[in-house]
Design a protein around this ligand. Sequence first.
Ligand SMILES: NC(=O)c1ccc[n+]([C@@H]2O[C@H](COP(=O)([O-])OP(=O)(O)OC[C@H]3O[C@@H](n4cnc5c(N)ncnc54)[C@H](OP(=O)(O)O)[C@@H]3O)[C@@H](O)[C@H]2O)c1
Length: 279
Amino acid sequence: MPDFLVIGSDGMLGRCWTELLARRDIDHAGTTIEDLDITDASALSRSVTKGIRWVVNCAAYTAVDDAEEHQGLANEVNGYAVGRLVERCRAVGAKLIHYSTDYVFDGTAAEPYPVDYPRRPINAYGRSKAIGEELVERSGIPHLLVRSSWLYAPWGKNFVLTIAELAKTRSELRVVDDQRGRPTDGQRLAEVSLGLAERGHAGTFHVTDGGDCTWFGLATLVAALVNPSCRVEPCTSAEFPRPAPRPAYSVLDISATEAVMGPMLPWQDRVRALLGAGR
Ligand SMILES: NC(=O)c1ccc[n+]([C@@H]2O[C@H](COP(=O)([O-])OP(=O)(O)OC[C@H]3O[C@@H](n4cnc5c(N)ncnc54)[C@H](OP(=O)(O)O)[C@@H]3O)[C@@H](O)[C@H]2O)c1
């Protein structure tokens, strides 16, 4: 049996995990939705078996806008299936690393959200992730519940790569400047999660890059790195209505994580490194 089972291994974060474990020569296996659909209880029993030390759940329904129309499916994947995964981990004695999101908060705070701040999601995706969080928290099994935000990586569908592509061909982009959060390098997220696990930490942690910004701020740096002649203009969320409302402020308090893992590098440094300007 592998030491680590990465579920959702072909997603953005799942791939960060499997590449990290391969680099570190740690015994692991990965499953895609074809191998293991987490909503299928019998598939869970077949894949999550005795001898696995850690289950890393990177599988999720992540289409934030679509979730408004498909709340039932989002709840099933991000909520109730996580509850069954927890029970399966309990049955085989595996520890669980599970991921959640800044979108479990309502966005009305004026300072970073501490890990124990009450969940009050304002969209369907956030509500579905909150169900999963509660089931993990209440389970009593050994776990790490890691909340993160605004993920990017060298692969997968993410804002940094999308803006980088758009900026190559457009002379102007308009990006919302009234949502503030913390971008997160997915590769670093996997490394810090593994570090927390290896050091024996348990419970809820927030893991993001250092610093914060708006989507406009993030896009401005990305465009400057790939095509300085592309102008980025700020706009409001009201000018770009989307099915799912977004929290206006979703900066996660990472101080407890930094206390054990050291300071997180500023998002600007990580984005520069990703786009090749800082290596
Ligand atoms: N992306 C962000 O900005 C962000 C921010 C905060 C937190 N998070 C959290 O971080 C975690 C990883 O997100 P990500 O960005 O890596 O997501 P992602 O790229 O969308 O990957 C999710 C993976 O889960 C798979 N999946 C969907 N339904 C499944 C099911 N029923 N059974 C098994 N696999 C299933 C998807 O397969 P298909 O592609 O085939 O559907 C995909 O491979 C999630 O818990 C997410 O909530 C993400």
